[in-house]
Design a protein around this ligand. Structure first.
Ligand code: TRP
Length: 332
């Protein structure tokens, strides 16, 4: 039996290099050997965005991003939460009853909000809605509903997958059964080092992203904006503490990486040159995806038909799972 890989992306911003390296690229690699279930986590976006037009537009872009980067539409592995008949939300209600509140108190995203509120002298729960607080349980529902083995995600999502395991174990233990398969998070090696323009982790909330499909000119402009230190051309530079080099490693071949490393260490290379090298490897890899993305985004009817096919298949699988859970719960 093929292993099952599942991941989702929230449509809260345009698809960026962090999504590409952390989730899309490793997920596509996995889809060669696993049964893939990849989705647009549209309802999930409501916790932070209330703008219907933005959710619709970004959902379309995320779906187009998956397809442009190479997800095979004929395998029916791309869907949205909304079209999948809301089964994750039924499972969410079940799982909430098996989730200790204390587990949610320990979630990094929630704790970060408490801390930033404390630093701003605000009420600890200012701006925290219950969707955000219980988000790890919703993610657990997405994952457990499909008997997922692997969840390709960036490091920031690891804790969520670990929580899904905790919740699944609690259910299995209480009912003395193997109702839920225990998932494993998988990080792309380089997802540890996807840094944004300002040297912090690339994230839509920091406003430091590089869009995957930025037109060539904009891509070059953004790469040139990456913050570096103020060392002069002649000085030798440290590749291991440099955001430009860390991104270069994600796009270049081993030989190219070794060569640029030498140029860093030798001195005589300015930041402009390093950035030009980075732009070239990024552009070479991304330009075919960009072209495909532009064609796809011009044809929303096609994207929606792919999503429909994937959602039909997901709904069938999800309904069977919920049926078996209801019988364990005695509410069938
Ligand atoms: N939390 C992910 C994000 O922020 C999206 C997501 C929702 C997800 N459900 C998931 C990822 C299940 C992996 C598995 O983009």
């Amino acid at each position: 039996m093929k292993k099952i890989a599942l991941t989702g992306i929230k449509p809260t911003g345009i698809p960026h290099i962090g999504n590409f390296l952390g989730s899309i690229q490793p997920a596509l690699k996995l889809s060669e050997s696993c049964e893939a279930r990849y989705f647009v986590a549209d309802y999930h976006a409501l916790n932070s965005t209330k703008d219907p037009l933005a959710i619709r537009e970004m959902s379309l872009q995320i779906a187009a991003a998956w397809l442009a980067c190479g997800l095979d539409p004929d395998k029916g592995s791309l869907f949205t939460s909304r079209a999948e008949c809301l089964k994750p939300f039924e499972l969410l209600t079940i799982l909430l009853a098996y989730t200790p509140k204390g587990l949610m108190n320990r979630a990094h995203a929630y704790k970060a909000m408490l801390q930033s509120n404390a630093e701003a002298g605000k009420d600890p729960d200012d701006g925290v809605n219950m969707g955000l607080f219980t988000y790890p349980v919703l993610m657990a529902a997405d994952i457990l509903l499909f008997d997922t083995d692997y969840v390709p995600v960036g490091n920031d999502q690891f804790q969520h997958v670990e929580m899904a395991v905790d919740i699944a174990q609690s259910f299995n233990y209480i009912h003395q059964c193997e109702a839920f398969r225990l998932p494993e998070p998988l990080a792309h090696e380089t997802s540890k080092t996807v840094l944004g323009l300002d040297g912090r982790k690339m994230s839509k909330s920091y406003g430091n992203i590089i869009p995957i499909f930025a037109p060539e000119k904009q891509l070059r402009k953004l790469v040139m904006k990456i913050v570096t230190n103020s060392q002069g051309v002649e000085e030798p530079k440290d590749p291991d503490t440099c955001s430009v080099f860390s991104l270069y490693k994600c796009f270049a071949t081993d030989d190219q990486i070794a060569m640029l490393r030498e140029r860093y260490l030798a001195g005589g290379m300015g930041w402009g040159h390093a950035k030009q090298e980075l732009f070239e490897v990024m552009n070479a890899q991304l330009s075919p995806y960009r072209e495909r993305f532009e064609q796809l985004i011009a044809d929303p009817g096609y994207i929606n038909s792919v999503l429909q096919m994937g959602s039909d298949k997901a709904r069938e699988l999800a309904s069977a799972k919920i049926k078996s859970l209801r019988s364990i719960l005695g509410i069938d």
